[in-house]
Design a protein around this ligand. Structure first.
Ligand code: FPP
Length: 254
């Protein structure tokens, strides 16, 4: 190949991008969906729960092993109190109404985020969801609730400092694995694909550490409109990506 020739890429690179094992979703656009229909915001969130059910079904059908959904961020407390209450109530309703069905479908539920400070009944419901489904070996549904990526990393750093102070960890042992082991996502693999709906192109404090090599797909629909076809479209886009993890794509030699 001449120096100025464009590289000829092999299809091997595309083929090495396997199916996503872990899909994470920033479920955005509930408010705008509602506003564009003259409905109260809570209606957008209610329809968002229905979209979440469709996402779980689509992930199961696609053979995805982990589905993580961003349902309430550490920063969402700054919303007006009635909206915060609506979101807390929807979580209560989701666990009460859907837990038995999720369990029947062999779904394992994991919760990530800060538990302390949550209303006691919500803490209990989250605990119940994890305990009931802990032996299931189908799809793992990871619900990020009161979750913030920076807060999670800060908390891991605090735990590392405590372990070093207690003499159970040496400073030279503080590495990527040591941080990873102290995140809320212990034993959950990194996301391969992060989907965000609503057309916004932001990470918004979601899985900051874990998404270091994730592929992002931004869908131009609001979350309440999400369905199996949207999920499949995101997977199709993911398959076309060439994941290199900082390495190089195989090139055809001249
Ligand atoms: C973002 O839309 C969405 C949220 C802040 C909440 C996500 C919640 C759900 C999908 C339903 C609840 C599910 C559970 C399990 C509790 P937005 O309100 O920021 O939309 P906007 O940007 O259009 O205003």
């Amino acid at each position: 190949m001449l120096p100025n020739d464009p590289p000829r890429w092999t299809i091997e690179a595309a083929e090495t991008t396997s199916e996503p094992s872990h899909v994470a979703i920033i479920m955005d656009g509930n408010g705008r969906w509602a506003a564009s229909r003259g409905l109260p915001r809570v209606e957008g969130h209610r329809r968002g729960v229905e979209a979440l059910r469709r996402a779980v079904e689509a992930a199961g059908k696609a053979g995805v092993q982990y589905l993580t959904v961003y349902s309430f961020s550490s920063e969402n407390w700054s919303r007006p109190q009635d909206e915060v209450m609506d979101l807390l109530n929807l979580l209560r309703m989701f666990v009460r109404r859907d837990l038995a069905e999720l369990h029947r479908s062999n779904v394992r539920v994991r919760i990530i985020g800060e538990r302390s400070g949550l209303p006691g009944d919500i803490e209990a419901l989250l605990e119940e969801a994890e305990t009931l489904t802990r032996r299931n070996d189908g799809l793992t549904l990871v619900v990020a609730f009161n979750y913030g990526g920076r807060q999670e990393i800060a908390s891991a750093a605090r735990r590392i400092a405590e372990d070093v102070a207690a003499g159970v960890l040496k400073p030279e042992e503080v590495d990527v694995a040591a941080v990873t082991a102290r995140l809320h996502t212990t034993s959950i693999p990194d996301p391969d694909l992060v989907i965000r709906t609503s057309g916004e192109r932001r990470i918004s404090n979601f899985l900051l550490w874990q998404s270091a090599y994730a592929e992002y797909v931004f869908l131009p629909i609001h979350w309440p409109d999400f369905d199996g076809a949207a999920f499949d479209a995101a997977i199709t886009e993911f398959r076309a990506r060439d994941r290199r993890y900082g390495g190089r794509t195989a090139q055809v030699s001249a």
